[in-house]
Write a protein that binds this ligand. Structure first.
Ligand SMILES: C[S@@+](CC[C@H](N)C(=O)[O-])C[C@H]1O[C@@H](n2cnc3c(N)ncnc32)[C@H](O)[C@@H]1O
Length: 489
C-alpha cells in the first residue's frame, strides 16, 4: 500500500529518474547496476541479524568504487535506558488486537511507572527523561521505535567492525560536528584524544559514552579507500565549501555580544571579520555563499582568520556547508516553487512532510500547504490573497482569531493579507522557494506583457486539493522541520 502511494507521488511530481521497487534486501542482485550513493535509513537496527548482514553486503556489492553509503541505526549506550522503556511498553501492550490499542496500553504503562517510581531512583530518572516524548511522540514514531518486534541497537564500534567484515570502511558521520573532541569542552578534549590514541572510531565511541548517544547516521565507503580517509580538517578543502547560516545577535551571559546560530550554537563576535562573515551569511540565507567569496571580502590579513572562522563554524555545528552551492528563491514579485514540490504539496496529506532546497523535511501549516501549489512564478502575492479570500467566502477556509471565526469583511481581508505575506516569507526563509528556470528572452517578454492576465488566471485557479474544507487560515507559527522518523528524540 505504501509503495503505491509512493509511486503515485512520483508520478504526480513528474520524476522520470525515480523507481520504487518492493523486495527483500537480501535478494537485491546486481541487475540494477552500481550506485554512487546508497541510503538505508531506519532499517539496520530494526531487522534481524541476517538482514543487517545483507544491508552491509549490498553496500559492498553495489557501491561504485567512489560511492558512499549512509546507514542509520540505534546505538548503545543511549539505548540501554530506552530499552527499559521499551520493555515496559511491550509488557503492557501484550498481544492486544490492534496497533492502536497496543500503543495506548503501552503509553499508559509509562505514565504509571513515571508516577510510581521513587524520586531519584534509576527508574525515576529514566522515566523523567522519557515521559514528554511518550506523551507527545507521534503514533507512527512510537510504534516503530518502541513496539517494533525487532530492535537491535549496537555500539558504534561493533557497527564499524561489522562494516569492516563486509569489506567497507567508516568514512564519517552525517553530522560532521559530532566527530570532533573539541566540542566536548576544553577539559575533556585532551583526555579524549589521549585515550583514543589516534583511533577515530575509538574516539567517537568514547564520545558516545560521554553523551549517552542513542542514534547514528554513519557514512561508509569501500575498504579500498581506507588510505584516503583523513580526519583532520584541511584548509584547502574548507576553501572549496559553500556555506549558509542564519544568526541572531544577542548578549551573552558575560555581557559580551555574540550571535546565536539558528541550530542552537553561539558564536562569539571576536573580530570585525566575524561580524562581516555572519552578516554576509545572514543576507544570503537560505542560499549559500562560497568560502572563496567570504575570504575575498576580508582584507588580506583577515583571509586566514576567515578560513579559521569557517573551520570553527563547521566543527562547532554552527553553519551549513555543501560542496555544491545551494540556490534558493527570494521573495520576488511572483514567488516560485519547483513544479515537483508544488505537485507534492497539492497531493494532499499523504506525504508526511515536504522538502526544501536543502533536502530537509519541512512540515507546513495548512495555509502554507494551500499556497505552495500556487507558487508558479507568475502569481503575485495580491492574487494569492484573492484566491484565499474566495476560499474563505465559500466556507472552505476559516479565518480565526483567538479561537473564534472572524466575520467582519475588512478584518478578514486584512488578516488574510497579513497571513499570506507571513506564510510566503516563512516559505522563503525555510528554503521552500526556488529560482524560476531562465526563460528564453522572447518568451519572457511575452510573459511580462501578459502579466495581468496571469494574475487573473491564477486567481481563478481551481483550489489545490490540499485546501480541504477543514484547513484553517489561523495565525500560525513558523513551519517547523518535520520530526525525523527516528532517532532524534
Ligand atoms: C523501522 S521501519 C523504517 C521505515 C523507514 N525507512 C523509516 O525510516 O521511516 C523498517 C523497515 O524495514 C523494512 N524491512 C524489514 N526487513 C526487511 C527486509 N528483509 N528487506 C527489505 N525491507 C525490510 C520494513 O518493511 C520497514 O518498512
Amino acid at each position: 500500500v505504501q509503495i503505491d502511494i509512493g509511486r503515485g507521488l512520483v508520478e504526480a511530481m513528474g520524476l522520470a529518474n525515480v523507481r520504487l521497487i518492493q523486495g527483500r534486501i537480501a535478494e537485491l542482485g546486481d541487475e540494477l547496476g552500481r550506485f554512487d550513493y546508497i541510503v538505508c535509513h531506519g532499517v539496520y537496527s530494526w531487522v534481524p541479524e541476517e538482514v543487517r548482514v545483507a544491508i552491509l553486503d549490498v553496500c559492498d556489492r553495489l557501491l561504485t568504487d567512489n560511492g558512499v553509503a549512509y546507514v542509520s541505526y540505534n546505538t548503545y549506550p543511549g539505548w540501554k535506558a530506552k530499552e527499559i522503556v521499551r520493555d515496559a511498553m511491550l509488557l503492557r501492550a501484550g498481544d492486544r488486537a490492534t496497533a492502536q490499542e497496543r500503543l495506548a496500553y503501552a503509553r499508559g504503562m509509562i505514565e504509571f511507572l513515571h508516577e510510581q517510581a521513587a524520586e531519584g531512583s534509576v527508574l525515576g530518572t529514566v522515566m523523567k527523561e522519557h515521559i514528554d516524548m511518550i506523551r507527545e511522540g507521534e503514533d507512527f514514531y512510537l510504534s516503530h521505535e518502541y513496539l517494533e518486534l525487532c530492535n537491535a541497537p549496537c555500539y558504534f564500534r561493533d557497527f564499524v567492525a561489522a562494516a569492516r567484515d563486509s569489506g567497507l570502511e567508516y568514512l564519517g558521520d552525517a553530522t560532521v560536528a559530532s566527530m570532533f573532541a573539541s566540542n566536548y569542552g576544553a577539559a575533556a578534549a585532551p583526555a579524549l584524544l589521549a585515550e583514543c590514541g589516534g583511533d577515530q572510531v575509538m574516539l567517537e565511541q568514547l564520545m558516545d559514552f560521554l553523551q549517552n548517544r542513542t542514534f547514528r547516521q554513519s557514512l561508509l565507503v569501500r575498504a579500498g579507500r581506507r588510505g584516503e580517509i583523513q580526519y583532520q580538517v584541511d584548509p584547502e578543502r574548507i576553501a572549496r565549501l559553500h556555506l549558509a547560516g542564519r544568526y541572531v545577535p544577542e548578549t551573552g551571559a558575560d555581557g559580551a555580544p555574540q550571535w546565536r546560530y539558528a541550530g542552537g550554537a553561539t558564536v562569539s563576535v571576536g573580530t570585525d571579520a566575524t561580524r562581516v562573515v555572519l552578516e554576509r551569511l545572514n543576507a544570503a540565507w537560505p542560499a549559500t555563499v562560497s568560502a572563496v567569496e567570504l575570504m575575498a571580502d576580508a582584507s588580506v590579513e583577515d583571509a586566514s582568520r576567515v578560513s579559521d572562522l569557517i573551520t570553527n563554524l563547521v566543527i562547532g555545528n554552527a553553519v551549513r556547508f555543501r560542496v555544491e552551492p545551494v540556490v534558493a528563491g527570494t521573495m520576488s514579485a511572483s514567488p516560485f516553487a519547483h513544479a515537483a514540490v508544488r505537485a507534492l504539496a497539492a497531493a494532499g496529506e499523504n506525504p508526511m512532510s515536504l522538502f526544501n532546497q536543502w533536502h530537509q523535511p519541512i512540515q507546513l501549516t495548512p495555509l502554507q500547504r494551500y499556497l505552495l501549489p500556487l507558487l508558479d512564478g507568475a502569481t503575485q502575492p495580491e492574487a494569492l490573497v484573492e484566491v484565499v479570500l474566495r476560499e474563505v467566502e465559500q466556507g472552505r477556509l476559516h479565518v480565526m482569531r483567538e479561537g473564534q471565526p472572524l466575520t467582519n469583511g475588512d478584518a478578514v481581508a486584512a488578516s488574510v493579507r497579513e497571513q499570506v505575506n507571513a506564510s510566503l516569507n516563512l516559505l522563503m526563509l525555510n528554503a521552500m522557494l526556488a529560482t524560476p528556470p531562465a526563460q528564453p528572452a522572447k518568451k519572457a517578454a511575452a510573459t511580462a506583457k501578459q502579466g495581468d492576465k496571469c494574475v487573473e488566471k491564477a486567481a481563478a485557479t481551481k483550489p489545490a486539493k490540499a485546501a480541504n474544507a477543514k484547513a484553517e487560515a489561523k495565525p500560525e507559527a513558523s513551519p517547523k522541520p518535520a520530526k525525523a522518523p527516528r532517532g532524534k528524540k
